[in-house]
Design a protein around this ligand. Structure first.
Ligand SMILES: [Zn+2]
Length: 260
C-alpha cells in the first residue's frame, strides 16, 4: 500500500467515526497530495521504516482530532505553532478521555466486539502518543518517542488481556472501571509532550526547567515532590503526567527558562 492509500484509509475511518467531515478529509488529503506535509513534518518522509506510513497518517489524524473541539477550521500550517501553546497537551488529553470513554462504552454495551476494541485501542494509543510527541517536539524524533510507544503498548496489551480474562471468568469489569483505567494512559502522553519540548528547547539555549505542580488539593505526592528547578543536562528531569499518580488527570506543566 502506498502512503497515499494509507492516508486515505485513515481519513475514511475518521469520517465514518464522525470525527471529521468529508470536507475536512478532502482538505487534509489535498495538503498531503501537494507534498505540503514535508513542510510540517521535517524529516518524517525520509524516515522510511516499517511504521512510517501508519505514523504519518495517525499523527495527522491525531492532531486534527485533538484540536477539533478547540479550534474551528484548523489550518494545517498552524499545527506546529499550536504545539507550543500550553493548552496543546490538555486538549489532546481531553480527546483521549473522550475517546476511551466512548470505546469502553462500545465494548461493555456489546456494541463492539472485543477483538475490534483491542485493535482500535492499540491504534488510538499510538495516535495519541505520537500527537503529543509531535506537538512537543515540533516534528518526529523516533529515538525519543519509540521507547514510550513500545512500553505503553505493552501495558495496554496486558490490560486488554485482563479484560478478556475477566469476561472469560464471567465477572467482566464495569464500564466505569475500564474507562478509568484507559484514561490513565493519558498521563504518559502528557509526559511525551514535555519530553519533546525539553529536547526541542535544549537546542534553543535553554538554561533551566521549572516543574510547576498544579496545586489544587488533589495534587499527588510525586508531582508536589517534583516541584522545582532543573538544569537541562540534569540526568533526570521529571515530566508531568508520566510521574503523576493521577495519570490522565495531571495538569502540571513545565516552564522553560532561557539565557537572556
Ligand atoms: Zn501532576
Amino acid at each position: 500500500m502506498t502512503i497515499e492509500q494509507e492516508v486515505l484509509q485513515w481519513l475514511a475511518r475518521l469520517v465514518l467515526d464522525g470525527w471529521i467531515t468529508e470536507e475536512e478529509a478532502a482538505e487534509v488529503f489535498s495538503a498531503w497530495d501537494e507534498d505540503e506535509l514535508e513542510l510540517f513534518f521535517p524529516g518524517m518522509i525520509e524516515q522510511q521504516d516499517d511504521n512510517s506510513t501508519l505514523v504519518a497518517a495517525a499523527t495527522l489524524a491525531g492532531v486534527i482530532i485533538g484540536f477539533k473541539a478547540e479550534t474551528d477550521g484548523l489550518v494545517l500550517q498552524q499545527v506546529f505553532s499550536l504545539g507550543t501553546r500550553p493548552e496543546y497537551p490538555d486538549a489532546l488529553q481531553d480527546w483521549w478521555t473522550q475517546r476511551t470513554a466512548f470505546l469502553a462504552n462500545q465494548l461493555t454495551s456489546g456494541t463492539m466486539a472485543f477483538q475490534e476494541f483491542a485493535r482500535l485501542i492499540d491504534v488510538e494509543l499510538q495516535t495519541y502518543l505520537l500527537s503529543q510527541h509531535m506537538g512537543g517536539y515540533g516534528g518526529i524524533r523516533w529515538n525519543l518517542l519509540r521507547p514510550t510507544v513500545i512500553e505503553q503498548r505493552a501495558y495496554m496489551q496486558r490490560f486488554t488481556d485482563q479484560i478478556a480474562w475477566q469476561v472469560h471468568q464471567q465477572s467482566p469489569y464495569s464500564n466505569g472501571y475500564i474507562a478509568n483505567r484507559l484514561n490513565l494512559y493519558g498521563g504518559a502522553g502528557r509526559g511525551e509532550y514535555y519530553r519533546g519540548r525539553i529536547a526541542q528547547n535544549i537546542r534553543n539555549g535553554l538554561i533551566g526547567i521549572r516543574y510547576i505542580a498544579v496545586d489544587d488539593g488533589v495534587t499527588c505526592r510525586p508531582c508536589s515532590a517534583a516541584q522545582g528547578f532543573y538544569e537541562p543536562d540534569a540526568g533526570y528531569i521529571p515530566t508531568p503526567g508520566s510521574i503523576c499518580l493521577g495519570g490522565g488527570h495531571c495538569r502540571c506543566r513545565l516552564e522553560f527558562v532561557y539565557a537572556v
